[in-house]
Design a protein around this ligand. Structure first.
Ligand SMILES: NC(=O)c1ccc[n+]([C@@H]2O[C@H](COP(=O)([O-])OP(=O)(O)OC[C@H]3O[C@@H](n4cnc5c(N)ncnc54)[C@H](O)[C@@H]3O)[C@@H](O)[C@H]2O)c1
Ligand SMILES: [Zn+2]
Length: 372
């Protein structure tokens, strides 16, 4: 391994059925890609899958680095945007890889945000019943969340991420230097998941995110790298313990039951991080109402999320009953009734009686009404 890779912050994710994989975080790591691929994902050929934006900004540079290191690599692109995380993109990319002659000795490198990671990962999971994938996240959402944990998939008309597979990467190479070209609004989206990590697991980190939010939004390299490192550690710990979401991993759905409902109700015009921001505040308020969550928790969340430039009040005209009606469609629910992650307080959720809980409809409607 060259010196750049050797000095990287490394977190190990354990998986069932294999030895797991490292998540490496360090500015400049992209320049060590040939060595990292040779070490963790040796292959005859690499298919770099990326979206149109990232291809334009970083595609050729990565191909150049790989060629310089003697790796044979080609670029496969799809149009940027969540609306392209669909089966049509999956089948087109799969056909293109097959037409180019990719076989079992090939490897996918998913270079991009969470959409690319999920879509590229799903192409790798299904091509020839599965070829290796390396995740190279370039958005803050992908670095702190989507690239870690092995979930891949696509959206359908019935909902997001409803078709997919668990396909753990061989390695995750997170170079926060990529975030320099990411628009500030997209950095805010990633901060929502970082706040979530602190809220469910680590009060000190919650406070750190609040303190460093302005720096992250302004593109401060050290601030961004610190957040990526700590979030990766927390997410890696959770998914190592519970790869398939039977237990502890459910905590990562904090804010997501109502978040997904708000996203769907907006016709997916409300970005995911913004929806989760609102979902966390609402679910904390609901927890406070039923006496499970310490009073003041929702206000602290709201303050911190506001400092991350994330929304804390529902879009005007939001129909509370319509949002509630969207909740049971959440694929994580059991027996049709929506389930919620409820905090005890910032930094702690109690798993006694399960990691998720039902909430009375009146309580959900009341907090939705209150938040407009
Ligand atoms: N698999 C998981 O566990 C998991 C977890 C969280 C989210 N996700 C998925 O991730 C997706 C959201 O991820 P996202 O917010 O990264 O979306 P995204 O991939 O669409 O990226 C957001 C935007 O930023 C652009 N972009 C990415 N990197 C850039 C860079 N370095 N410079 C400039 N522009 C850049 C993209 O082209 C896109 O326009 C959703 O589909 C969600 O379901 C998956
Ligand atoms: Zn999320």
């Amino acid at each position: 391994m060259n010196s750049r890779a050797a000095g990287a912050h490394a977190v190990h994710v354990r998986t069932k059925g294999s030895g797991g994989y490292p998540v490496l975080v360090s500015r400049g790591l992209r320049h060590a890609m040939p060595e990292l691929l040779a070490e963790y994902a040796p292959a005859h050929r690499y298919a770099v899958i990326t979206d149109s934006n990232v291809a334009r900004l970083h595609g050729e540079a990565l191909l150049g680095v790989l060629a310089g290191g003697g790796a044979r690599a080609e670029l496969f692109t799809f149009p940027a945007g969540e609306e392209h995380k669909i089966r049509r993109s999956w089948s087109r990319l799969s056909d293109e890889l097959l037409a180019a002659g990719f076989g079992r000795d090939g490897c996918v490198v998913a270079l991009g945000g969470g959409v690319t990671g999920d879509l590229g990962g799903f192409v790798a999971a299904t091509l020839l019943r599965g070829i290796p994938v390396v995740q190279v996240p370039t958005s803050l959402v992908a670095m702190v969340d989507a690239s870690v944990g092995g979930k891949t998939g696509v959206d359908t008309r019935a909902g997001k991420n409803l078709i997919g597979a668990f396909h753990p990467p061989r390695v995750v190479v997170a170079d926060p230097g990529y975030l320099n070209t990411l628009p500030a609004a997209e950095r805010a989206q990633g901060l929502a998941e970082a706040v979530k990590h602190g809220a469910i697991l680590d009060e000190g980190y919650f406070e750190e995110v609040a303190r460093s939010a302005a720096g992250v939004l302004a593109g401060d390299g050290a601030a961004m790298e610190a957040v990526v490192r700590r979030s990766v550690e927390l997410k890696a710990r959770v998914v190592s313990e519970d790869e398939r979401e039977g237990g502890l991993r459910q905590l990562l759905n904090f804010g997501h039951t109502l978040g997904h409902a708000l996203e769907a109700e907006s016709g997916y015009t409300l970005p995911h991080g913004s929806a989760v921001s609102l979902g966390m505040i609402l679910e904390a308020r609901a927890g406070e109402r039923i006496g499970r969550t310490t009073a003041g928790t929702a206000d602290r969340l709201s303050e911190t999320l506001a400092s991350c430039s994330l929304p804390t009040a529902l879009p005007p005209g939001t129909d509370a009953a319509a949002v509630l009606a969207r909740t049971p469609a959440d694929k994580k629910t059991r027996a049709g009734s929506p389930s919620y992650v409820l905090l005890d307080r910032i930094g702690r959720a109690d798993g006694t009686g399960g990691w998720t809980h039902a909430l009375p409809d009146e309580v959900v409607l009341a907090v939705l009404d209150e938040a407009r």
